[in-house]
Design a protein around this ligand. Structure first.
Ligand code: ADP
Ligand code: ZN
Ligand code: ZN
Length: 758
């Protein structure tokens, strides 16, 4: 027999190899020659040499088998095959995306762990001789180890033994460590009293419990307004799963993985909680992967990629903020975590809960089609009152203010807004101001000749970043406090003093970013020289909140509840609980409704509701001010008068009328090349390669929203299809044909199934 190996190469096939003596089982990793390299792959199949399409004399032999026994089971292959065929991505590459780097590099994953036990001769007398009499904690810890022979480090940690003492005992030869086969962790325990659920929460929990206890798949949309207590429902469902000795996977958007959100899930249970996020190093990722596979991890809080992990005994998947677009992977294997989670739920026959206050239109459609069961939480839990909305017409005039250079500036804040902020602070409460634009100003231009600061590598403007509170003491420092930056490719230059085109010093910036808003607010509310009672202002965005602990410190400061203004981007919007915020200001609601992408009203509405949800979460009523230049915008009015559900319902009706997703299935083909005509040709080639009479609506070639990005040119093709099955049948052969076309040579071609934006 031969083995067929999945290798991490961009080809849509498996590779056949000869075996020296024993046939390695399916699911082990092997090292094989590939061209002039050696690659590590996974044995996916056995075939008879007669069935191989490689001629006998061309067949190579495998170099070595890496694992003692199979690591990857039928489940893994099923999932990989489904991903590969649904997203039209090569199988070997798919598997490569699914696995942590060190697994692909052949790291040892044998099922053994280090365990600790006291040495045989460590009786009381011996211990007294080694440990100091006064070191009470050391004695206590040693007693724990003696009473729990062969415990793992994790168990000992749970029992209160410190890492330091463990090392110390090994050094002093009081204990010895050895490897032993893995044993299951201590059963998870509830250490914090659950809340009494309200009726709606109880109905939702009953729905989830049903499939937990029947051991079957169910997709549930937990559609609950912000503050309705979705988390409590998750926690009580988790309790039931943990009591069965099974694992729970909680998926959160990348940006929502703050220590606080983590805390909410881990505080309730005495259990082994593993957190997996994108900034783990390879070793940490490997041990997380192992902990999931061996069952040591009981609660796994993770971003997208953990869906591909192997789990000893997964019993429930929860996706929090399930509408979030960060669940869609935007390169390589362009999967959507919600869709994959539902498929995993089917394979494992477990419930999958999608929780959100603002379900995506796709998710609402799934409910209508009977594919998701919807549970609604319409009221805020614990008696909190929903926020009220007020539109603020910016045309009625905004406040002007003299800035630090003595110039009069538009604050882009309406008088009404400033008044409301002042009153809120005066009552000793907090204000959250949301502006989804980092930096100081999005545009810098020359008032004399019209030159604009554009990125040299992208078709986009450079954003002005400047800190008016910090003066550069020498030229080098200007890079820190006054520079232009491209938010797409990272290109950065010092802000010029004169126009590079006509040498006029009359450079002006347009538009407002969070940096500038901070400065204006400082002038009105915080400047100790001009303001009677100054209030602190905290800026929260990717430029200001960096590094470990930055969030923690900020959070601590906000949690004091003292009156202050929080200014920030979407980093502020997601899932945080700031009990003393009673006023939320959405500084600019218009830009999102103006974008040409048909999805932007949906995304903008989700964003507005998310931010609004931060208002009045603890007992006090909250208010949301929405600044707009277009107070008659029917979409905006619909949203704030009738709420998100009605808004989404109306948008869906519109999509239905236009035949847009989710009422059709979209595929976006992206071509990027070092020249525009090359990319365009590739797309034209792809279009011509479609069968003569196809039932699709095809738009091609279309320029990408940003044609030039990091010196590459992007052209796209959009395919809309009524029938998913027909679409995928055509794609299966068409896409591989496209990749082989001469016009595709030298072009990066990518296919995006169910794209979330373009
Ligand atoms: P969501 O996740 O839906 O935005 P949270 O889970 O954050 O809502 O709940 C908001 C607040 O309501 C939290 O402070 C939570 O402790 C509280 N809460 C949730 N359920 C209940 C309940 N059944 N009774 C009392 N308070 C509750
Ligand atoms: Zn000029
Ligand atoms: Zn750029």
């Amino acid at each position: 027999m031969l083995i067929q190996v999945a290798l991490p190469v961009p080809l849509y096939r498996l590779f056949d190899y000869r075996v020296a003596d024993v046939l390695p089982p399916i699911g082990v990793r092997v090292k094989v020659p590939f061209g002039r390299q050696e690659l590590i792959g996974i044995v996916a199949n056995h075939v008879h040499p007669d069935d191989s399409d490689v001629p006998q004399d061309k067949l190579k032999s495998l170099i070595c088998v890496i694992d003692d026994g199979p690591i990857f089971d039928e489940y893994f292959f099923k999932l990989a095959r489904w991903l590969s065929s649904y997203y039209h991505y090569p199988l070997g590459d798919t598997m490569a995306v699914m696995l942590p780097t060190l697994i692909k590099a052949g790291a040892d994953v044998s099922d053994e762990v280090w365990r600790y036990r006291a040495v045989a001769h460590a009786d009381d007398g011996f211990v007294k001789g080694v440990l100091s009499k006064t070191a009470k904690k050391q004695h206590a810890d040693f007693a724990v180890i003696r009473d729990n022979p062969n415990a793992t480090k994790h168990t000992l940690r749970m029992l209160g033994v410190t890492e330091r003492n463990l090392t110390l005992f090994v050094q002093k030869e009081l204990i010895e460590c050895h490897t032993a086969p893995n044993t299951p962790p201590l059963p998870a325990q509830v250490v914090q009293k659950p809340l009494t659920l309200n009726n709606e929460q109880r109905l939702a929990l009953t729905q989830i419990s049903q499939s937990i206890h029947d051991g079957c798949y169910q997709g549930i949309l937990l559609n609950g307004v912000t503050g309705s207590g979705k988390t409590e429902v998750y926690l009580q469902a988790m309790e039931q799963v943990l009591a069965q000795g099974r694992q729970v996977l909680i998926m959160v958007p990348e940006i929502g993985l703050t220590p606080q959100s983590r805390e909410r899930f881990s505080a309730r249970f005495g259990a082994n909680v593993v957190v997996l996020h994108s900034s783990l190093n390879d070793k940490e990722r490997l041990s997380g992967w192992q902990a999931c596979r061996q069952g040591q991890a009981q609660i796994i809080i993770a971003t997208r990629s953990a869906l591909f992990y192997l789990f000893a005994n997964l019993g429930l998947i929860i996706i929090d903020e399930a509408h979030d677009t960060s669940f869609k992977q935007q390169d390589h294997l362009r999967y959507h975590a919600c869709d994959v989670a539902l498929y995993v739920g089917v394979l494992k026959q477990i419930p999958v809960v999608l929780g959100t206050a603002t379900p995506s239109l796709e998710q609402i459609k799934l409910v209508r089609d009977g594919k998701l069961h919807e549970c609604k939480l319409t009221k805020r839990a614990g008696g909190a009152i929903p926020p009220t909305f007020r539109l603020v017409d910016m045309r009625m005039g905004t406040q002007w203010q003299t800035d630090m250079t003595g110039e009069s500036r538009d604050t882009e804040l309406a008088h009404q807004t400033v008044q409301a902020v002042r009153e809120t602070l005066g009552r000793g409460e907090q204000v959250l101001m949301f502006l989804n634009r980092r930096g100081y100003a999005p545009i810098l231009l020359c008032g004399a000749c019209g030159w604009q600061a554009d990125c040299v590598r992208c078709s986009s403007h450079l954003t002005l970043h400047k800190n008016p509170f910090k003066k550069a003491r020498h030229a080098n420092e200007q890079y820190l406090y006054d520079y232009l930056k491209c938010h797409h490719c990272g290109y950065q230059v010092v802000t010029p003093k004169v126009c590079p085109s006509c040498y006029s010093p009359n450079l002006v910036h347009l538009g407002q970013g969070t940096g500038q808003l901070y400065e204006r607010l400082h002038g009105i509310f915080a400047n100790p020289q001009t303001v009677q009672t100054p209030y602190p202002i905290v800026q929260i965005d990717r430029d200001t909140v960096r590094g470990k602990g930055a969030w923690d410190r900020l959070y601590e400061r906000v949690s004091t509840g003292e009156p202050m203004i929080l200014v920030g981007t979407q980093m502020l919007a997601k899932g945080h609980h700031f009990p003393n915020v009673t006023l939320v200001v959405i500084v600019n609601a218009d830009s999102g409704f103006l974008s040409p992408d048909f999805r932007s009203p949906e995304h903008t509405a989700q964003m507005i509701m998310q931010v609004a949800g931060r208002a009045g979460r603890a007992g006090r009523a909250g208010e949301v001010l929405i600044q707009t230049l277009n107070p008659d915008n029917p979409l905006l009015l619909d949203l704030i008068r009738h709420g998100y559900d009605k808004f989404a319902h109306d948008l869906l009706a519109e999509r239905y009328g236009l035949g847009l997703p989710p009422y059709s299935h979209a595929v976006l083909v992206r071509a990027d090349a070092h020249r525009l005509d090359v990319a365009k040709n590739a797309i034209i080639g792809a279009k011509n390669h479609l069968p003569q009479a196809h039932p699709f609506a095809v738009l091609a070639p279309i320029d990408a929203p940003m044609v030039k990005k990091n010196n590459r040119f992007h052209v796209q093709m959009l395919i809309l299809a009524k029938e998913r099955k027909v679409l995928h049948d055509v794609l299966a052969w068409w896409w591989q044909g496209v990749l082989a076309l001469p016009s595709s040579r030298g072009v990066k071609m990518a296919i995006d199934i169910d794209p979330v934006g373009w």
